[in-house]
Design a protein around this ligand. Structure first.
Ligand code: NAD
Ligand code: TYD
Length: 355
């Protein structure tokens, strides 16, 4: 099988490339990645000398560059798209790159899949497109109710993909994974940020009351879910991939502290809440279990410890990223924009307006 993997230098995309080459002897993979701040060739180091792997620096929002790369690769059986701007806080600060990559870039890929006769496209989406879920869990037919510029862009991509299925008959499958954790995650997201802050003796900036709930999915389970959707999914279908492990931010913070033997009072700092901060995400993944035979296998209590240990053992991997000008500038800008904001933040307005 010949597969194009967009965004393959990021956290989940690189795990997909590493795992699929290890698992499938007959696969050949071409990675297309723009190498934004989140793209990192070190994530692909373990497969760098594999003759079945190739890399091309391409922006998915550049139709000409995408066309050239696909023509050079020749016949492809599938394209799996992980490429996206992915950090909610960055989308709040400036959404432009989110619209360009997450919406227009996906449009470019859908057109390219059609023009090049690629057998199937998998669009990797997120549980955030359903918006906050007060009770129960969202199934795939739940209404889309995105609330951040990030999730709204991802929802836009999902709708474009489904429209291409109906209008042009494109074979496209969508996966919607939940909050993912594991090695090689850029240290701006909760798990790697908190683990590396502790390792550097910095405090953990917990937003608001820390009562927001996220469902945690190990990266290897996420990758297996995308693989199952690619190999066994039905065209035009959406598959939720939930970790089945919902925790408040306080609970996951406590798990990270415990993994490093640290205490709450010495390490956690409550900071102003994220505007429009969705209270809870929860998805129903029974369709993936029934139709793809996919269920998450990771044991959270073990894997969160292994993940924290990975960051402990790979300081050289994250220290360079965390102490880059880009990252430090971003953190300063974000906290400057949040100065003096109290609990009358738009989060509460958003939650009240939804009843
Ligand atoms: P990431 O931010 O770690 O990596 C994104 C990758 O996309 C990087 O390699 C980056 O260079 C590349 N990229 C960005 N813009 C590009 C462009 N214009 N052209 C080509 N490449 C570009 O992201 P991730 O956490 O690995 O997420 C991968 C996908 O999974 C995303 O689509 C995201 O929405 C989805 N997802 C992530 C999570 C999570 O918790 N991380 C959960 C559910 C779904
Ligand atoms: P994040 O890892 O950014 O993922 P997402 O916003 O896509 O769910 O955040 C996970 C949760 O952790 C979310 O509720 C926001 C919260 N959070 C903090 O409390 N402090 C932080 O510094 C970050 C980055 C996130």
């Amino acid at each position: 099988m010949r597969v194009i993997v967009c965004g393959g230098a990021g956290f989940i995309g690189s795990a997909f490339v590493r795992d699929m080459l290890a698992e499938h002897e007959d696969w050949e993979i071409l990675v297309l990645d723009k190498l934004t701040y989140a793209g990192n060739m070190e994530n692909l180091e373990p497969v760098a000398s594999d003759s079945r792997y190739a890399f091309s620096k391409v922006d998915i929002a550049d139709p000409h560059a995408v066309r050239e790369a696909l023509s050079a690769f020749g016949t492809a059986d599938a394209l799996v798209n992980f490429a996206a701007e992915t950090h909610v806080d960055r989308s709040i600060a400036d959404a432009r790159a989110f619209l360009t990559t997450d919406v227009f870039g996906v449009h470019v890929l859908l057109e390219a899949v059609r023009d090049h006769g690629i057998g199937r496209m998998v669009q990797v989406s997120t549980d955030e497109v359903y918006g906050p879920i007060r009770t129960g869990s969202a199934a795939e037919d739940a209404p889309l109710n995105p609330t951040s510029p990030y999730s709204a862009s991802k929802a836009g991509a999902d709708l474009q993909a489904l429209a291409h299925r109906v209008t042009y008959g494109t074979d496209v499958v969508i996966t919607r994974g939940s909050n993912t954790y594991g090695p090689y995650q850029y240290p701006e997201k909760l798990v790697p940020l908190f683990a590396t802050n502790l390792l550097e003796g910095q405090r953990l900036p917990l937003y608001g009351e820390g009562l927001n709930v996220r469902d945690w999915l190990h990266v290897d389970d996420h990758v297996r879910g995308v693989e199952a959707a690619l190999l066994h999914g039905s065209a035009g279908q959406v598959y939720n991939l939930g970790g089945g492990h919902e925790l408040t931010n306080k609970q996951i913070t406590a798990a990270i502290l415990a993994a490093l033997g640290r205490t709450w009072d010495e390490c956690v700092e409550r900071v102003a809440d994220r505007p429009g901060h969705d209270l809870r995400y929860s998805i129903d993944s029974t369709k993936a279990a029934r139709e793809l035979g996919w269920v998450p296998a990771a044991v959270f209590d073990d894997e969160i410890k292994n993940t924290v240990e990975w960051y402990q053992e790979h300081i050289e991997w994250w220290a360079r990223l965390k102490h880059s000008d880009d990252f430090e500038e971003w953190v300063d800008r974000w906290y400057a924009s949040r100065q003096g904001i109290d609990d009358e933040s738009p989060t509460h307005i958003a939650q009240e307006s939804r009843g």
